[in-house]
Design a protein around this ligand. Structure first.
Ligand code: NAD
Ligand code: ZN
Length: 258
């Protein structure tokens, strides 16, 4: 394990442009469960997946009711960033962070202080709503206030259509502009770090292939094995709340051209 860490520090220290792809594992330390880890939402309740599957959501008002309740109960409303998020803010301050691509919808990178303009939210955000019929956007807080006042499934105020969160559901495509920004950051880095992600969701995981084909080194930091471990230049197995701060501290800004 010491060797793997030394190899990872070496990769980190020599890279001038680092792109980081984060997943739910970066926020478990903030009390937000992941989906596929041992205590993951889908590991403990496979039916929960229907709440974020577009066809089920559109077809079944009961699914929408349950989805509103689960949005209201999402721990992200009260969560605070943890050392994994803070380490990525420190990395940004060294001037070497090319992009911060996150699959998380919890806004914690921005809360920690990462530049909101450089965080790419691949799967959208919990904090907005969008109408499936007219496309009108609104604030999740306002929709949840309506739920609290008794509307089980608040319709769009403009057209009466079905509202959902501005998160990417199964059966939906990622926003083209978001995907374009993510691909550009993956293509334009010397090191791609995947942190706290099972790397099982496409097209997010494919960003590793893209970066590697463009000549970047790949570092995987995750508690459990991932499908990309074999191909990675280094793999660190463990809690990202410890690994990322250690890595950023071990490879300070001065070590590569600033
Ligand atoms: P995932 O649940 O598939 O994988 C998370 C991975 O993180 C697992 O392999 C787990 O072993 C690992 N992990 C958990 N805690 C860790 C820790 N402290 N240190 C290191 N590794 C840890 O999540 P994913 O890969 O991000 O993809 C699944 C989808 O989940 C995404 O689409 C995302 O939108 C959604 N999601 C987001 C949140 C959030 O916003 N915080 C929470 C749950 C799910
Ligand atoms: Zn509408």
């Amino acid at each position: 394990a010491g060797d793997a860490f030394a190899a990872a520090v070496e990769l980190f220290a020599s890279a001038r442009r680092i792109t980081v792809l984060t997943g739910a594992g970066v926020s478990t330390g903030s009390g937000i469960p992941d989906f596929r880890g041992p205590d993951g939402v889908w590991t403990t309740d496979p039916g929960a997946q229907r709440l974020v599957t577009l066809a089920d959501y559109v077809a079944d008002p009961e699914v929408r009711r349950a989805a509103w309740l689960s949005r209201a109960a999402n721990p992200a409303w009260h969560a605070r960033p943890n050392p994994a998020h803070h380490a990525l803010v420190d990395l940004e301050r060294t001037g070497r962070l090319r992009g911060l691509l996150t699959q998380n919808i919890d806004g914690l990178h921005q809360r920690a202080g990462s530049d909101p303009d450089s965080v790419v939210e691949l799967h959208g955000s919990l904090f907005g709503t969008v109408c499936l019929d007219c496309g009108a956007r609104g604030r999740m807080r306002e929709a949840l206030d309506r739920v609290a006042q008794g509307e089980a499934d608040p319709p769009c105020r403009h057209c009466g259509g079905i509202l959902k969160s501005t998160t990417v559901f199964f059966g939906e495509a990622l926003a083209p502009e978001v995907l374009r920004r993510a691909r550009t950051a993956a293509l334009d880095c010397e090191l791609l770090v995947a942190a706290g992600t099972s790397l099982t969701v496409q097209p997010a995981a494919g960003l590793l292939d893209l970066a590697a084909r463009a000549g970047a080194a790949v570092l995987v930091c995750n508690a459990e094995p991932t499908p990309y471990d074999q191909a990675a230049d280094a793999v660190l197995r463990g809690p990202v709340g410890e690994l990322l701060p250690r890595l950023v501290a071990a490879a300070p800004s001065g070590s590569a051209g600033r």
